[in-house]
Design a protein around this ligand. Structure first.
Ligand code: ADP
Length: 301
């Protein structure tokens, strides 16, 4: 098969592994820099151009679109979809997962466990938002944050109020969330591919750190998850319509709660912690599912 991967940095571990895995299985994988693609969107025969040439027909596309280029990246991916190229994750599904409020609303509608989460636009509602989230200690998060940046634990109502006001003053959107203390600075990431959990790891924060992000000095190890956690991860992926994703959950007193679903999960942490060949599993998924024109979002909003 001829596979395209929309990515910006060919040297990232995840991207190198996907190239390796595709080659090992006899496929051709071309890395295409998302931001260098251009297209004539008014053409009736959709095409994508790259470095002065029209891109050839691919059998599948692996979107690895960074959060900072979501808007343009999804437009490029949609163009591939309009051409009938099979996307590992569809543009609409990625769009849902990139909008934290939208994805939490969808997950809540499907009865998936979530931390109590509150949000308001008007700064006058700050106290109410903190109260609705259960009061201090409370976690305040930037809506557009990644890798734990912009996630703050406020111990008192007063500090929560000042953090929220500071973020607001900087013109960014935030949400307040019940602090799941019993998670003990650890979270679970379950890697879901094609409706199955193929690997799971537990990430634990550095000493004195409630955020378990590997980018924040956390460490990862393989973990056996409970049937309830497995079911929650699979349902979360299904609700958002993602074929490949990382579902981040906290172990709360009232069962697993989903924090986030990541449509371009990093492979390094999970492959190293579990010894599983996740890149190979993604390629295998493509082999089983990629068919011309098999994209539900073809030509749709
Ligand atoms: P990001 O998307 O930036 O990684 P997250 O929402 O995943 O932000 O939060 C980063 C880390 O902070 C999580 O991995 C988790 O360890 C911790 N965390 C986030 N929200 C909560 C919460 N409500 N209660 C307890 N810990 C939390």
């Amino acid at each position: 098969m001829k596979i395209a991967m929309l990515a910006r940095n060919a040297n990232l571990y995840s991207h190198r592994r996907l190239v390796e895995a595709a080659k090992a299985r006899g496929h051709e994988l071309e890395i295409i820099n998302t931001l260098r693609c251009y297209m004539n969107i008014a053409s009736r025969r959709p095409e994508v151009w790259y470095n002065g040439e029209k891109l050839p027909r691919f059998d599948a596309v692996i979107p690895r679109i960074g959060a900072s280029v979501t808007f343009y990246g999804l437009a490029v991916l949609r163009q591939f979809e309009m051409m009938g190229v099979y996307p590992v994750n569809e543009s609409v599904a990625i769009g849902r997962s990139r909008d934290k409020l939208r994805s939490m609303q969808l997950l809540a509608r499907d009865g998936i466990g979530l931390p109590v989460t509150t949000f308001a636009h008007d700064p006058k509602q700050t106290e109410e938002v903190i109260r609705l989230a259960g009061g201090a200690p409370v976690v305040v998060k930037l809506l557009e944050g990644t890798q734990g940046i912009g996630v703050v634990l406020a111990d008192t109502e007063r500090s929560a109020k000042s953090v929220i006001e500071a973020f607001r003053g900087a013109g960014v959107n935030i949400m307040a969330q019940e602090f799941i203390r019993e998670a003990g600075g650890s979270d679970i990431r379950a890697l879901v591919i094609g409706g199955k959990v193929v690997a799971a790891m537990q990430r634990s924060g550095a000493k004195g750190e409630f955020r378990s992000n590997l980018h924040r000095g956390g460490s990862a190890k393989a973990v056996k998850i409970t049937p309830e956690e497995r079911a929650t991860a699979i349902r979360a992926a299904k609700t958002l319509g993602l074929n490949v994703c990382g579902v981040d959950m906290l172990r709360s007193n009232h069962g697993p709660v989903v924090m986030e679903v990541n449509s371009s999960p990093g492979l390094e942490g999970v492959e190293k912690a579990t010894g599983r060949d996740i890149a190979g599993k993604i390629i295998e998924f493509i082999e089983k599912n990629a068919k011309d024109g098999k994209t539900r979002t073809k030509g749709k909003g």
